[in-house]
Design a protein around this ligand. Structure first.
Ligand code: GRF
Length: 189
């Protein structure tokens, strides 16, 4: 049995999609969903989907081994950041080398780095009149959005696409690719 732990900060639509994907797979379980936002919609989803979910605050994340100890107790084969906005601290990176992956809603190295998240990414893509955008699934290291790339997928943009339309197209790509890539990485662990 392979175990996944998910981190999410917001709506959690990727968490839900990943949970659906693995629901009928007896080889893979989602041990827990961890979130840094008490009122994040992801908690409602976890409740509905019967997934364990835990909240942690900034202090316990950055100034203690609390989250590390939770992870140790869960023994994950893979840690997946699915819309998680905080930088991962060194104690977690060094404990789980090549076992933490993230999805970024653009074609890195473009539109990555600090402050480039959510709609800021899609607005920047729009403002630069890009003709394509996409997703990047990558390993997480100590720098934002800089770990080794596992998979990128692209979509074409039309000049009429608004940032909201771009976000929707990118989300669709995420739903199509992220669970499959997680499965592939997991099988290699
Ligand atoms: C996704 O676009 C993901 O790429 C980004 O944050 C968004 C999360 O969406 N890092 P959701 O919470 O899964 O709906």
């Amino acid at each position: 049995m392979k175990r996944i732990v998910l981190f999410a900060s917001g709506s959690g639509s990727n968490v839900e999609n990943i949970a659906h994907y693995f629901r009928d797979n007896p080889e893979v379980s989602i041990s827990c969903v961890l979130s840094n936002k008490k009122d994040a919609k992801v908690f409602e989803r976890c409740n509905r989907l019967n997934l364990n979910a835990l909240y942690f605050n900034r202090h316990s994340f950055y100034n203690s081994d609390c989250v590390l100890n939770i992870l140790k107790s869960l023994s994950p084969d893979l840690i997946v950041l699915a819309g998680f906005l905080w930088k991962i601290p060194d104690n977690l990176i060094s404990s789980y080398p090549n076992k933490i992956i993230n999805i970024h809603p653009a074609l890195l190295p473009k539109y990555g780095g600090k402050g480039m998240y959510g709609m800021y990414v899609h607005e920047a893509v729009k403002n630069n009149n890009e003709t394509e955008t996409g997703i990047t699934i990558h390993f997480v290291n100590e720098n934002y959005d800089e770990g080794g790339i596992i998979k990128q997928a692209k979509i074409d943009l039309s000049p009429n696409d608004t940032p909201e339309m771009i976000a929707e197209k990118v989300h669709q790509l995420e739903y199509d690719y992220f669970p499959k890539v997680i499965e592939q990485v997991l099988m290699g662990t």
